[in-house]
Design a protein around this ligand. Structure first.
Ligand SMILES: Cc1cc2nc3c(=O)[nH]c(=O)nc-3n(C[C@H](O)[C@H](O)[C@H](O)COP(=O)(O)O)c2cc1C
Length: 164
């Protein structure tokens, strides 16, 4: 799939089928995350892939707005070594992962991790050592749903040439 097609096709899906995702596909998706830019090329991201249903259920119980993680094929928790740019670095990796999943025909949804509830609960569930910050939880799976993104603001409204 062409990059622009993946960008246009990507949208948040919150309903998944139980079909599993094979290891080679998952590794390809994580490699896309690793190819994202990072400040000073520190490459601070760590990716925890959670396929096991009981563990996904525990994550869903902590992530108030990510209940559907319990029914997705997998969840990727993106952590970054705590530092000045962990949110930017982790977000760049997260977007690459969403686009890679789309290009591979999978549905996904970004669940924000930078909130007190997730910052406290998710590292505990996933046995993450001190010094790492959760940036996002990404639900990925197969879907039967036929949803699309909400409409975007028109280009003419957001595009400024040379100055505001
Ligand atoms: C930083 C960030 C945090 C998000 N957190 C959640 C979340 O906790 N739960 C959720 O269902 N969607 C979450 N989303 C997805 C947005 O709701 C979604 O991207 C937005 O509504 C636009 O829809 P689209 O992704 O289909 O284009 C998040 C997206 C971003 C970028």
């Amino acid at each position: 799939m062409d990059l622009f097609e993946a960008i246009e096709r990507r949208h948040s899906v919150r309903q998944y089928t139980p079909q599993p995702i094979d290891r080679a596909t998952i590794e390809k998706i994580i490699a896309a995350g690793l190819h994202a830019p990072s400040a000073c090329n520190f490459q601070p991201c760590e990716f925890i892939v959670v396929t096991e249903p009981a563990q996904r259920k525990r994550i869903a119980e902590v992530a108030e707005y990510g209940q559907f993680i319990a029914t997705a094929g997998l969840c990727i928790a993106v952590f970054c070594k705590a530092g000045k740019w962990n949110l930017e670095d982790g977000s760049a990796a997260t977007q690459n992962i969403l686009l890679a999943a789309t290009a591979l025909g999978l549905a996904s949804c970004w669940v924000g991790g930078d909130n007190p509830h997730c910052q406290q609960g998710i590292p505990h569930v996933l046995s993450v050592p001190a010094g790492y910050k959760l940036v996002s939880l990404i639900a990925i799976g197969h879907t039967n749903t036929d949803t699309t993104s909400p409409p975007r603001r028109p280009l003419s409204e957001v595009l400024h040439w040379e100055k505001w």
